[in-house]
Design a protein around this ligand. Structure first.
Ligand SMILES: [Zn+2]
Length: 227
C-alpha cells in the first residue's frame, strides 16, 4: 500500500485514524447559523446577541456553556488533530510494522498536555476579550462562574441519584440566573407592592421565604454539628 498523503488523514477524538479531507471554514458557517438561530433559542428560550454567543462558546469553567462555535474552532481543532496524530502518521509513512506502543503512548500524552495548554491559553484570551466589551452584569457573572465548582452543575452527568437532573424550566431559569438575564413569566409587581425581579424575590419579607432560607442554613449547620 503506498503511503497516504497527510492531508487525507484525519484523527478522530478517540484517536483512531480515518480518511477524509480536513474541514474548511465555509463548511461550518451554515452549522453555526443553525446553532445561533435554532438551537440556542430552543435551548434557552431567548435569542442571543454577538457577545452572548461568544460567551456561550467558552467552556463552562471560563463562564460559557461549551456551545462551541465551529467556525472559530475548526482551524484550531484541525491543527490539534495534526499534532496529536503526527507520531502515528510518521509510522504510517515509514510503513513500519514494528513499533513500541508504550513509546507511542508517552509521546501522545506529551502532545495532549501541550494541546491542553494551548487550549487554556486560547480560551483565557477569548474570555478576556469578551470581558472587555461586556456589561457589568456579564462581567460579574463571568467572574462568579469561574470560581471553583460554580459551573459544575453544567458539566456534571445528569443523575437522579445525585439530584443533578434539571427539567427544562429549571435549566432555563438556572442559565438566566447565571448570566443575570430576566427570568421569563415573572410578574411585574410583587404582592408587597414593589416591582418584582430575582433580587426582590430573595429579599422580600412577605411570604416567609427569607425565614425558609435562614432555617435551611440553621438545619445544615445543625447536621454538621451532629456529624
Ligand atoms: Zn415583595
Amino acid at each position: 500500500m503506498p503511503p497516504l498523503p497527510p492531508s487525507l488523514i484525519v484523527c478522530s477524538d478517540n484517536g483512531s485514524l480515518s480518511l477524509g479531507r480536513c474541514p474548511v471554514l465555509p463548511t461550518f458557517r451554515p452549522l453555526e447559523a443553525e446553532i445561533r438561530t435554532t438551537f440556542i433559542p430552543a435551548l434557552l428560550r431567548r435569542n442571543v446577541n454577538d457577545l452572548e454567543r461568544d460567551l456561550l462558546g467558552l467552556p463552562a469553567r471560563y463562564g460559557g456553556m461549551g456551545i462551541l462555535d465551529p467556525t472559530l474552532e475548526c482551524d484550531f481543532a484541525h491543527a490539534n488533530s495534526l499534532l496529536i496524530s503526527a507520531p502515528l502518521v510518521r509510522l504510517i509513512l515509514r510503513q513500519e510494522s514494528d513499533f513500541d506502543p508504550v513509546e507511542l503512548e508517552i509521546s501522545t500524552k506529551e502532545i495532549r498536555k501541550h494541546i491542553d495548554k494551548l487550549c487554556d491559553e486560547k480560551y483565557k484570551e477569548r474570555a478576556r476579550n469578551i470581558s472587555l466589551h461586556a456589561t457589568e452584569e456579564i462581567k460579574q457573572s463571568m467572574k462568579l462562574s469561574t470560581e471553583k465548582g460554580a459551573s459544575s452543575w453544567l458539566t456534571c452527568i445528569p443523575s437522579f441519584e445525585h439530584g443533578t437532573i434539571l427539567h427544562k424550566g429549571d435549566f432555563v431559569d438556572a442559565v438566566s440566573l447565571r448570566y443575570g438575564w430576566r427570568l421569563s413569566d415573572l410578574p411585574a409587581n410583587c404582592a408587597c407592592g414593589a416591582s418584582f425581579d430575582v433580587r426582590h424575590a430573595l429579599d422580600c419579607k412577605l411570604g416567609g421565604y427569607r425565614t425558609i432560607q435562614h432555617n435551611e442554613v440553621r438545619d445544615l449547620l445543625a447536621q454538621w454539628v451532629i456529624l
